[in-house]
Design a protein around this ligand. Sequence first.
Ligand code: ADP
Ligand code: MG
Length: 242
Amino acid sequence: MSLLRLDDVYKSFGDHDVLRGIDLEVAQGEVVALIGASGSGKSTLLRTINLLEPIDDGRIVLGGVDISDPRVDVDAVRARIGVVFQQYNLFPHLTVQHNITLALRHVHRMKKSEADAAATALLQRVGLADKAAEHPDRLSGGQQQRVAIARAVATSPELLLLDEVTSALDPELVGEVLDLVRDLADDGMTIVMATHEMAFARDVADRVVFLDAGRILEQGPPAEVFGAPREERTREFLARFT
Ligand code: ADP
Ligand code: MG
């Protein structure tokens, strides 16, 4: 059974149809890369899954629960999903440690001592134990994104959504963030990520999904989509990255 399933999902803003009938299934442990031009609907798709945008039609099912049902407990759904955006993920007025413990205490109702121990272990794992007491603005962009990812997985979500998490970074900082994503993928985390890092998608994703004007135009294993795209639009899009 799939962990996540979108059935014929539609979303428009005013008269602009942004998602136009999205069908997508994601299996437990699968890593799916969403690619497509700017404006094709990648962020909107991720935001609908996290219930940041209500959908107009269709259905979104997570772990057997219809999370697009208006009666759903939004906080309970969000507690099952980790999300990291392009930037501004961390609370600037809180230390790195506190950014992580806040999530643990809020979502898992952990005691402070318990949350502190978990945060310390997590920061160690992402190689940032020495930054625990710093505020985010004292960290590089790459370090901030690593903390943001650590915080997103601290609560052991079933699903991790990543929206162009390296797009705002200087090129030399991209690698350390992608390495962490790769680690999580290797660990079995289910990940749906919008990315412009084609080499990374080819390397890490189990499946690549090409969005074109709010529709999935083509999808498949990276070797197929990148190596032998079936659709002209996919070829045109990919040509920009070579
Ligand atoms: P992508 O992430 O692929 O660049 P987005 O999902 O951000 O695409 O945007 C898809 C389209 O939806 C764009 O044309 C964008 O301007 C529009 N859009 C996104 N969010 C909103 C919003 N809150 N209100 C109006 N239009 C929006
Ligand atoms: Mg986007």
